[in-house]
Design a binder for this molecule. Sequence first.
Ligand SMILES: NC(=O)c1ccc[n+]([C@@H]2O[C@H](COP(=O)([O-])OP(=O)(O)OC[C@H]3O[C@@H](n4cnc5c(N)ncnc54)[C@H](OP(=O)(O)O)[C@@H]3O)[C@@H](O)[C@H]2O)c1
Length: 208
Amino acid sequence: MSNAFLTGGSSGIGQEIAQYLKSIAMLVDSPTRDELNLFDNLSYTDLSRYDYLFLCAGVDRNGRIPFIEQSEGDIIETMTVNTIANMRLINRYIKQRHGKWSKIVVIGSTIVEHVWPNFVTYGTSKVALECFIDSLSQELNSKNIGFTQIHPGLTKTNFNKNRGNVDKDKSTELYDHTPHMTTSDLLPIIKSVIEDRAHLITKVTVSK
Ligand SMILES: NC(=O)c1ccc[n+]([C@@H]2O[C@H](COP(=O)([O-])OP(=O)(O)OC[C@H]3O[C@@H](n4cnc5c(N)ncnc54)[C@H](OP(=O)(O)O)[C@@H]3O)[C@@H](O)[C@H]2O)c1
């Protein structure tokens, strides 16, 4: 039986993926933010037994406002959670796996394809993450360690509620007038990624 370590499983896209993995009898460990806060000194995590590493957690602390109005704290939190924590977990995971068959799946964003004003920090964090995965997969050039980047377009989740500057009651209004996916729209690609034992799927964009 395969097993997976997954971040961001408490909500939205990560929660949908975790439920799917469990439905196909995969063992899934998904720490809560209290157990593993990605904006913190990551507590020691033994990742050696996991065939899959799903990195779904992410945040945009101050999206939709001009960069110069963003606080330094929010800039650091967005970059740390979306980029640096994932780099640290992947560094740890690869060292601990000792070359055993492994698949790393990261949730990016379509923002890597066309950047927008007022998403400067979030866009930077996701482009940096994409650059990191592209570079590392070339550097390792391993048949045993596979990377898949999934870049979703707008998806209805709690993501906007977690923004520091957004009125939580109005956080879902965006979905009333913008084409968007639901988290289950991502499941066909997750299924393909699980079946892809040869690591052929490296990057996928999914949007409405
Ligand atoms: N929704 C979209 O339109 C969209 C589009 C493209 C890409 N994405 C990406 O999809 C991923 C999932 O987002 P989502 O839309 O599902 O949003 P979400 O419902 O807000 O889920 C975000 C997840 O990240 C976790 N998280 C945030 N900060 C954390 C921290 N410091 N430590 C540990 N966990 C933390 C949250 O935990 P808590 O429950 O504790 O807050 C939650 O489980 C993110 O990487 C996001 O950038 C989303």
